[in-house]
Structure formats: structure tokens, C-alpha cells
Design a protein around this ligand. Sequence first.
Ligand code: AMP
Length: 419
Amino acid sequence: MTQPISAPRGAPDILPPDSRLHEQVELGAIDLFRRHGFQRIETPAFEHTELFQRGLSEGSDIVTKEMYTFSDKGDRSLTLRPDMTAPVMRSVIEHNLAAKGLPLKLYYVVPVFRHERPQAGRYRQFTQLGVEAIGSSSPYLDAEVISLAAQVFDAAGIDEVTLKLNSIGHPGCRSEYLPKLVAFLEAHRELLCPDCQRKIEKNPLRTFDCKVPSDIEIMKQAPLISDLLCEACAAHHEAVKDTLAQLEVPFVDAPTLVRGLDYYSRTTFEFTASGLGSQDAIGGGGRYDGLSEMIGGPQMPGVGFGLGLARIVLALKAHGTVPASNVQVYLASFSPDAQRVARSLAKSLRRDGLAVDMDLDGRSGKAQFKAADRSGARLVVAIGDKELAEGIVTVKEMSSGQESTSPLEGLAHRLKELL
Ligand code: AMP
């Protein structure tokens, strides 16, 4: 027998009923993005590898370990996007979108690809919901973008979300700070894990991301960039915090939140949710004022975030959220003539905006009520020969079992009242 083929490791199928939760979160997010003035952007799933090598910085984990890179038939090196910020910036530069006026406010809902070790909440293909606001240095934009992410979680129904906020300054602040950090790390080199020892040369800021308990203890004594911000970066950070307070978005200061990519400057943030174990980051982002120049564009500041759709859904499920049903009304019919009427009725009720499903196989009444139950419909509209003769239908409310009759005329209105 031929072996059945399974999906590649770490690339999950999103199946009903969970897919409905994914859809609910996605649609809620898109609605919020649009109400904040963001427009959709789509870019190819693969880009020239160089974009990520330059845009994400060569020493980062994503570039060194996690990219799906391949040569195409023309021997060009291409990479499945591990992130959307660099592709969006590439596209903005390539099409000179800045000429249309700044800031540009763009949103996306796309799969991204990272060759990470799969575990609960960590996949090799996962969907990111995100925005990029490009062309303004205003701290109010940072706050608006952060507030927007918070609203996505709120609309999805996740409570217990923590927003961690930091500033890593501009490159000038970092060149003051990094020698101090490196001196501290060198002084503790022997006590650090091998991975952190390697990071001292390659990417010292990333030592703050280490999960080894003894390293975490050591890093508590490390000098913090937030204590060494220049006046302009400190003022920017204060303005972001004041605006978040004004917008009633609670946050905690997270002076070790560095988000190891070189393109970040000033604001960095991350959202975590309870009930997710070690993969508890449901979204993150920051300001990336240097990115455009890193990939050959003009000086163009930006700020944005990426949220992990699958993790948002896991957080919802951890707190017992069940997906709303797709079907509101189920039509049950008990004779060929009744089914004929039901088919037309389904069409007209759907046109009136109701979500309707029905039996097309002429199954028994019992089987149809079972199917109605499985569909999650709140109402069943039953049509038999008796109803046909009188030009009415029987409406059953599934939760209470209560039945009533209704004329076909005005049925949609009546059903909407009952839903
Ligand atoms: P990052 O840019 O790495 O902070 O990613 C943004 C968000 O995407 C994270 O906060 C997670 O919610 C989500 N995410 C990152 N990596 C993965 C992964 N391997 N699997 C699922 N979701 C992820």
C-alpha cells in the first residue's frame, strides 16, 4: 500500500472549528486596521535572499539559522520571507510609494516561514497580522500603533495581556552603551552559557534574550540601555509613554527588551498572554528608522508590529473560547416538494444576510435535526407538506426547544428577531 503523505513538520493545517477562530481574529484585526486608516499590502512569499541579509542583519538568529533559502532554476538565491517588515520597506522603496504622501499606513495578513524547532505555539509556517507606518518620526505614531495592537487583542477577547515597553535608543546611544555592556559580559564570560559567550562578539544585545536561569540572574546586574539614552531618545520615549497613558493602554517598563534585530531604534515592545507556556509572545514590534537605508532606500523612519495569529488563537482556547458557529439557520424539509421550497428559501434568506445551511440529500427528519445541531445553528426552519399547504414554516429555537409558526412572507425579519 502507498504510504499516506503528511504535512511537513512544523507546518500546521488550520482545520475547522479552529479555523473559524483564526478567521474571527483575522477579520476583527482587519476591521481595526482599516478603521485606523491602514491599507492592505501584499508582497511575494519569497524575496532575494540579500534583502533579509541586509535588512535583518547578518548576525541575527533568523538570518543565521532560520531562513528557508533555495536556488531557483536561474541559480538565484531566494528566501521565503521570515518577516514582513523588510519586504514591505523594499516594496515602498521600489514603487516610490512615499511620493503619495507620508505617513504610509500599510497592513498585511500573510504566512511567514522560519526554520525553528517546532513545539506548541512555534511553527515553521505561521500567519502574521501586522502593520507598518512609514515616514513619520512622531512618538504619537508609536503610541497609536501600539494601541492598535492592544485593541486587536481586546477585540479578539483575550484579557490578561501584558504590554512590555522599552527604548533601545538610536545608533548613537547604542555606540555609547555597547562598550559598557560588552565590558560587563567579558567580566562574566566564564559564567555565561556558550551561546551567550558567542553573542558577546556577534550580537551582545541578544544576551538579554537568553532563557538560561543562571544567565538571567547575571543579566539582572548588566548595564541597561534605558539608563543611557540621549536627550532626544529619552524625550521620545517619555512622549510614547505619556500618550499610551492618555490612550489608557497599560504597559510595564521592560528595560531588557531588545528584540535583537539591528533595524530597531528607539521604541521596542512585545505583548505576552497567559496560558501559553514558554511561547507566550503574541506580538511584537518597534521603530525601525534605519531600515530603509540598510536596504538601499532614502532615510525613511517607520514603526510597526507583527502579531502571531496561531498564538492568539491558542491564548483564546486556553481561556475556553469556542468559535461562533458559521450557520445561524438550518432548513429542514420533509418531502421533495418541501425541499424545493427550502432551496429557494435558502437563497432568499442568504440574500437577506442570514447564514443558512440545509439538507440536500433528503435525509430523515432525525438525521436533519442532528445535522442542524452539529452545524451550531440557533434556529431550525422546518417545512413539511402540512406547512406547504398553509404557506407557513415551523421555527424551532434550538436552545429552548420552543416552536412557533411563521408565514413565509417576512420570514427573514422574524428570524433576525429570534437570533
Ligand atoms: P517576531 O517578529 O519574531 O517578534 O514575531 C512576531 C510575532 O509572531 C510573535 O510575537 C509571535 O506571536 C509570532 N511568532 C514568531 N515566531 C513564531 C513561530 N515560530 N510560530 C508561531 N508564531 C510565531
